[in-house]
Design a protein around this ligand. Structure first.
Ligand code: NAD
Length: 330
């Protein structure tokens, strides 16, 4: 037997822990022997995601709003380390209702203030590859040292603001922050939100299972770095306990660029008989790029190497068993 993982016995708060990614982080932490508390409003989906994703079996779930200091401060005070994964993680909803997006900024501010007051050993912030913006990268990779692009969306702007604010808190108050930039995450518990265009792997899988054609926008040459949620959870947990990661901003992706056309073909192989059609490319749809993953590998010792087709097969099987959760409008 090797040494126990540093998560064993530690008290961890996961905001947004009843959501897609936070739920996997909570489960991984619990598997490693951590004492996990989840703070979640349970408002992202029209069902009790803590129950349906089994989070209530591995964590103490507190239903509440992160923006409320009376809820958040004592929970941060009682934690050794904190993952802040609560956000309105829906680009389209944020565009339609800017106040919703602003509530994510308010939630981040509340967590930063709570951390300033109660000094946890680590705060992991969940940001997004969207901060790189829509600029062309000429087939290259998005590196953490690249200057951020124009935000382009309210969601990207609030993510950028969160990163900058956390950086200033780290500088001014010595807060031990690690910022993760997730790329295009997919896997079990991903429930596409109505009107959302961001989750191609999930949308394609759901349409394929419903016997509908996959609609590739434009020629499908635009790329995304499709990273499996189990790998994302591993990277997030390591970020909580690796001292070299303090102060770092770290991409979480595979390092592989998958074109939307390749993704559609992979889904069609997993769900035989699926047809692929073409539609116009929405305005502002970025060309995309893969993550430069050297920092993730070097600092966290994690490589996101789940095979895409195996990961899609696991997701398709989960959707097949949970079709009642998927909005009929998709
Ligand atoms: N899914 C992706 O591909 C992706 C990519 C990049 C970044 N991210 C980021 O990862 C994090 C988790 O995203 P996700 O995909 O799991 O989304 P999700 O919507 O499944 O999870 C977010 C959870 O936060 C909760 N929440 C939102 N605002 C809250 C508040 N004010 N108080 C309490 N709970 C609140 C929601 O109820 C939800 O359960 C977010 O910060 C998101 O921006 C996700």
């Amino acid at each position: 037997m090797g040494d126990p993982h540093p998560a064993a016995g530690s008290r961890v708060l996961v905001t947004g822990g009843a959501g897609f990614i936070g739920g996997h982080v909570a489960r991984r932490l619990a598997d490693l022997g951590a004492d996990v508390t989840v703070l979640d409003s349970l408002r992202a989906y029209g069902f009790d995601s803590a129950k349906r994703f089994g989070v209530d079996e591995v964590a103490k779930v507190i239903e509440g709003d992160v923006t409320d200091p009376e809820t958040t401060f004592p929970l941060v005070a009682a934690a050794d380390v904190v993952v802040h994964a609560a956000a309105v993680a829906d680009v389209a909803a944020c565009a339609e209702e800017p106040e919703l997006d602003f509530s994510s900024m308010r939630a981040t501010q509340t967590v930063l203030e709570a951390a300033r007051n109660h000094a946890p050993d680590r705060l992991v912030l969940t940001s997004s590859a969207q901060v790189y913006g829509a600029r062309p990268v000429n087939g290259g990779r998005f590196s953490e040292d690249d200057a951020p692009g124009e935000p382009g969306t309210l969601y990207a702007n609030s993510k950028r603001w969160g990163e900058a604010q956390a950086g200033l808190y780290a500088e001014s108050f010595g807060l031990p922050v690690t910022t993760l930039r997730y790329f295009s995450v997919y896997g079990p518990h991903q429930v596409p939100k109505p009107g959302s265009h961001s989750w191609a792997a999930a949308l394609f899988s759901v349409r394929a299972l419903r016997g509908l054609p996959l609609v590739v926008h434009g020629d499908g040459a635009q790329v995304r770095d499709q990273v499996n949620v189990h790998d994302v959870a591993r990277a997030t947990v390591e970020a909580l306990f690796t001292s070299e990661a303090i102060g770092a901003t770290i991409n979480v992706g595979t390092g592989r660029a998958t074109s939307i056309m390749e993704l559609a073909r992979a889904v069609a192989r997993v769900v035989p008989g699926t047809r692929i059609t073409y539609g116009p490319r929405p305005e502002g749809d970025p060309d995309g790029a893969a993550a430069d993953t050297r920092r993730m590998v070097d600092l966290l010792g994690v490589s996101a190497d789940t095979d895409l087709e195996e990961g899609l097969a696991e997701y398709v099987s989960w959707v097949g068993e949970n079709m009642d959760l998927i909005p009929a409008s998709l």
